[in-house]
Design a protein around this ligand. Structure first.
Ligand SMILES: NC(=O)c1ccc[n+]([C@@H]2O[C@H](COP(=O)([O-])OP(=O)(O)OC[C@H]3O[C@@H](n4cnc5c(N)ncnc54)[C@H](OP(=O)(O)O)[C@@H]3O)[C@@H](O)[C@H]2O)c1
Length: 129
């Protein structure tokens, strides 16, 4: 995997999730900029408050349905790495790539870090364009 050093920009998907909030905190503390994706800006307002001290290094963008083709096309623009934590929790997986849209990264996205378990749809390594 390519090493991406701060002050690079990292896209953290599902930024309001349990793991993601810690991932965001760690990246910000390490000097990175973070763009978090959420399904609802109003339900995720607490994040703006929580990370207000990091100023413009933290931003939120809306990605409402991660299963839609091209859902992340805008969100990945200008990011250097992707920490993909957003994941539906269910046992009915027929299309393993359903939540893997960030795998088709913007050319400047150098690293892809999926977070998953046996109960979440699998995500593979990113394809470079
Ligand atoms: N927590 C653990 O101890 C642990 C351990 C090992 C692995 N994992 C894995 O790490 C990942 C994240 O876990 P977590 O505990 O942080 O889960 P979580 O708190 O439930 O967060 C999941 C995130 O995914 C988003 N999401 C769920 N379904 C979505 C959909 N259909 N479209 C868009 N976004 C969706 C949620 O958005 P909303 O808030 O809007 O629903 C939330 O931001 C999962 O793959 C999990 O299996 C977790």
């Amino acid at each position: 995997m390519v090493a991406v050093s701060s002050p690079a920009k990292v896209l953290v998907t599902g930024a309001n999730g349990y793991l993601a909030v810690w991932v965001v905190q760690k990246y910000l503390d390490a000097g990175y900029s973070v763009r978090g994706t959420v399904r609802s800006l109003s339900r995720s307002a607490f994040l703006k408050e929580q990370f207000a001290g990091y100023g413009e290094r933290f931003e939120l963008v809306l990605v409402e349905d991660i299963t839609k083709d091209g859902a992340f096309d805008e969100a990945v623009k200008g990011v250097d790495a992707i920490a993909h934590t957003a994941s539906p929790f269910h046992y009915n997986v027929t299309e393993p790539d359903g939540t893997s849209n960030p795998r088709r990264p913007h050319p400047t996205s150098d690293a892809f870090l999926p977070t998953q378990s046996s109960s979440s749809p699998p995500c593979g390594a990113p394809r470079r364009s």
